[in-house]
Design a binder for this molecule. Sequence first.
Ligand code: ADP
Ligand code: MG
Length: 256
Amino acid sequence: MSQLEIRNLHVSIEDKEILKGLTLTINQGEVHAIMGPNGTGKSTLAYTLMGHPNYTVTAGEIIFKGKNLLELESDERSRAGIFLAFQYPVAIPGVTVANFLRTAVNARRRAENPEDKGIPILEFRKMLKEKMAMLKMDQAFAGRYLNDGFSGGEKKRAEILQMATLKPEIAILDETDSGLDIDALRIVSEGVNALSGPELGVLVITHYQRLLNYIKPHFVHIMMHGRIVESGGPDLALHLEEQGYDWVREKYEEAV
Ligand code: ADP
Ligand code: MG
C-alpha cells in the first residue's frame, strides 16, 4: 500500500491555475520520469508535494500510504518517508554532512517509533561508510560543512547521499535549471540507478531530455499545460529524443 497517489490535482499560484487535473500513481519499486517543456507546471508539482505554502491546492487529492498527504506539514511528509531532493539546498556552516544526516535519520526513526533512542554512533558511521562506498564518494566528504562552498556537483552528491541514508519510500527529484551540467546529471542518475530497488519509488522531473540517456525509468510521462497528457515506457523517452515536443504541442494545443 506504500504508494503515492495523486488524483485530479489542481493547484494555483496567486489565483493562477497551474496544475489542471494531474493524476499519477507511483508505487515502491517504480521509477517514473516526468518530462515536459518549460512552464508546464513540473516544479509546481514538486513544490506542491513538498508542501510549499505559495502553492494552493484547489481540488484533488494526494494520498500517501493511505493517508491524506495534504494534511501533513513539510517536515512530517519527510519523516513519513517522502524525500524531496531540493528540500535542503541551503548551506549550514558548522554542521557537517555526517551530523546533518544523523539528525535526519534520527528524526525519521522517531517518527516511526517515538521511543527510539536514535541510531548508535558506530552503527551510523558504518552505514554512512557503506553508502558512500556504494555511491563511490570520498569518505572525507562526510566531514565537510553541509553545502558550504559546495559545487553544483557536490550539492547533488550530498542530495543523493541524503536519499541513501534516509531510505525514503518515495523520492522526488526536480532537476531544474541551475547546475544541470552533464556532471550533475550523471551524479543524479548513477545515484538513482544505484539506489532504486523494490523499497523505493522514484519520480524524476526534468525538462532535460538527456537525463533519460542515463536514468532507466519504468514509466515516462509527458506533461503539458498542467496535466499529464501522455504516458508510456522508456520508448516514449526515445521518441521524445528523436521528435522533441512539437508533436505533443500540436496534439494538445490549448484553446486560447
Ligand atoms: P516548469 O517547472 O514545468 O518549467 P513551473 O511549475 O515552474 O513550470 O511553472 C509553471 C507556471 O507557473 C509558469 O507559467 C510560471 O510562470 C508560473 N509560476 C511559477 N512560479 C510562480 C510564482 N511564484 N508566481 C506566479 N507564477 C508562477
Ligand atoms: Mg521547473
